[in-house]
Design a protein around this ligand. Sequence first.
Ligand code: ZN
Length: 568
Amino acid sequence: MQAKYWTYREMWDELRRLEAAHPNLMDVEVIGQSREGRDIAAVTLTNQATGAPAHKSAVFVDANIHAGEVSANSVAMYWISWCLAHYGEDTQATALLDQHTVYLVPRIALDGAELYLTTPARFRSSPHLYPYTEPREGFVADDVNGDGHILQMRVPAVDGGYAIDEVDPRVMRPRRPGEMGGQYYHVFEEGRIDRLAKTGELPEFAKAHPARRATMDFNRNFPIRWAGESGQPGAGPYPLSEPELRSLADFIHQHPNIAAYAALHTSGGVILRQPSTGDDTVLSQTDRHLFSRVAEMGARVSGYFAGSNYEKFATGHEKVLMPGAADDWLYDHFGILGFTVEIWDLCRRAGARGYGEFGVRHLMRLSPEERTEDERKLYAWATREGGPDAVFPWTPFEHPDFGFVEIGGLNPKFLVQNPPLHLLEEECANVSAFLTGLGLSTPQLIIPSIRVVQTAPGVFRVVAEVSNAGFLPTSSTDKGRELSLCGVCAAIEGDVEVIAGESPTTIGQLDGYGSSSMWIPPGEQRGYVEWVVRGEPGTRVDVVFEGARAGRVAQTIVLDATMDAQDA
Ligand SMILES: [Zn+2]
């Protein structure tokens, strides 16, 4: 398994190479194009010999919907390799691909990620102009000193809000109320004023308003509580306006066997679950139980923190928490148990306070002194453990707009937003363990027993039992049950006439073992079907159980006149 940051070409070459090496386990298809015309890859992993992908319950994983979150793509690529390399050796990998299907879209923000990896630029999702169709005048982030990075600038100024920290001079601390007599600075992102109009000689600082270009946020563009640009910056002109997301939404809709979902992001070192709209009481008791148990499993195998979107992100100030986000859409509109995994936690490594552990609401209460304390820890850790290029010392530069400035700070891409390369593999392995566990939690139909009894010459009673041996219910969640998906169906296929009972017939949704309780017998986890059929003795017929999210299980039986009962 290779843990690396993949460019577009490298990623496609690797996917094609793996597909060629494992034709019975892996399939890669193009499901659409990015705005700039790059092919969006979707990967299917399953053992074709044990059943078609659509006949197994599936986990769906997407990654790198935010352009700069390239380690999410690294995790997806690593997990694909892990599944393939360990199939037949590792019991989990083998069970996952024999009994389930894995669908992955390893990179959604193809255009933005490519620029992120090959230039100093950073984008939220896409480099196309948004929300304005023409570039606007103002401050734009840029690598003004040409060192290949867009860092921070500190600009000496009497009205500056920052001072050099007395403990660690690399840290800039907020200037205290009423503080005077020192050297103060403006501190902001490395960049310049882009002048488009014939504005003459105007003061630079007064023109330094962000030009707001390329601020599209793909994970605010899903059709769930969508808020528009005025309610949620980056939301896009209308839900699913972006070609990348339209392709993704179509893919999800075309694969009704998806029973679990994970969206891979950075950073925070946390597995985020539902709900987003309030505390856990907004979920049904069953869904609260399913979400928290799977999230806790994830925390245990990955070493990450776990909690709900609401618990980690809500500040109390928002009207709607993160409108238009994928995990909410998959739960609210499809009833799919889904998670957002935030890879990499610099704060935790450094012993500082991060939202993954404490939540944003708690971090908001930190005093400026406490924040500065944490900032020092980040610098200290980055110097010790961050590898080369983790910390850039403040370096003087004669800026065309702002005069004397110093440029420096922490590496924004491969320290703050993503792990430095030497720590990437650890994150990939940890998150892969969760994804494997999530895939193995999806529903799985088994046939515990079939009885065939001849009741008259050429007339047989067939009683077949089905169970969901997976953790999740066949509807994935309680919400899925409410959305009235069809449940498990039973059919008898072959050269027989059904004279009592119906084929196909509906059994309904079945609980998984995750819904079981010591107080309630497991009647909801199993179902059965009974038919009386007429057929030639010796005829082979198939008993088939199938559910949209539960997959398909079949067993061949023989209408045997010599046997009174045949136990499977
Ligand atoms: Zn993200």
